[in-house]
Design a protein around this ligand. Sequence first.
Ligand SMILES: [Zn+2]
Length: 76
Amino acid sequence: MSSGSSDTGNLFSFAKTLDQELAALLRGASLECIVCGEFVMHARGGVVFCPECGVQLGPEAALSDRPELEFLSQAG
Ligand SMILES: [Zn+2]
């Protein structure tokens, strides 16, 4: 038996698409949540969050640098 890796390609392209969606969101080129498709809100520090499902997206540096963002995640 051989360990077929045909599915890996699909996973990779899926992740790549998510990465592009995330980049578009952070640039402000897209305003739709990548999780639920609702409009997202832009917070300080280049962080984007979705009031509908509570997901937060943004540069890791900004997320770890701003304690108040943890309050947002708990509010959801
Ligand atoms: Zn959402």
